[in-house]
Design a protein around this ligand. Structure first.
Ligand SMILES: [Fe+2]
Length: 165
């Protein structure tokens, strides 16, 4: 992560001393979102069972949304003058998303395993919203959008398991 924070054209933050720290928060979220999108593809290829086709197609929708969110998060970091690292080495070193076993997985297990991981990512970001907002409300808004989208995905996965909405 490179800082280019010496420009006069950078947005002012509620706490300008926190620019690098806010960039670091965005870096962590970026890693998790990229890894979620990789995991989604892995499960897209692994799913078997009666509902496999529907899950297979649905997973590509989720992957597309996670990739878009990753782009928004990365571009917020650059906007603040902090260049994020979205390369595989950074994602492998920093992601907190639990990998899955390589091999075929029944449709309900795919939905369960993915739902658990999406929830974990959303919870970790939610825990940081308060401190991020104290440093930069606009970044907090970006992360609120990420959490809202992930929590919506939790619901869409949960109902596929037959749980109450
Ligand atoms: Fe595909």
């Amino acid at each position: 992560m490179e800082s280019v924070a010496n420009s006069v054209h950078l947005p002012p933050l509620e706490n300008p001393n926190e620019r690098a720290a806010v960039g670091a928060e965005l870096q962590v979220v970026l890693q998790d979102l990229i890894d979620l999108s990789l995991l989604g593809k892995q499960l897209h290829w692994s799913v078997v069972g009666a509902a496999a086709h529907g899950v297979h197609v649905f997973l590509d929708e989720l992957v597309g949304e996670w990739r878009e969110l990753a782009d928004v998060v990365a571009e917020r970091a650059v906007t603040l003058g902090v260049v994020p690292d979205g390369q595989s080495s950074a994602v492998a070193a920093g992601s907190r998303v639990e990998p899955v076993r390589v091999g075929s997985l029944p449709d309900h297990a795919v939905v369960w395993e993915l739902g658990r991981r999406v929830a974990a990512v959303a919870e970790r970001i939610r825990e940081r919203l308060g401190s991020v907002g104290a440093a930069d409300l606009v970044t907090q808004d970006v992360l609120v959008r990420v959490v809202a989208t992930l929590e919506k995905h939790q619901w869409l996965l949960r109902v596929q398991l037959g749980e109450k909405a």
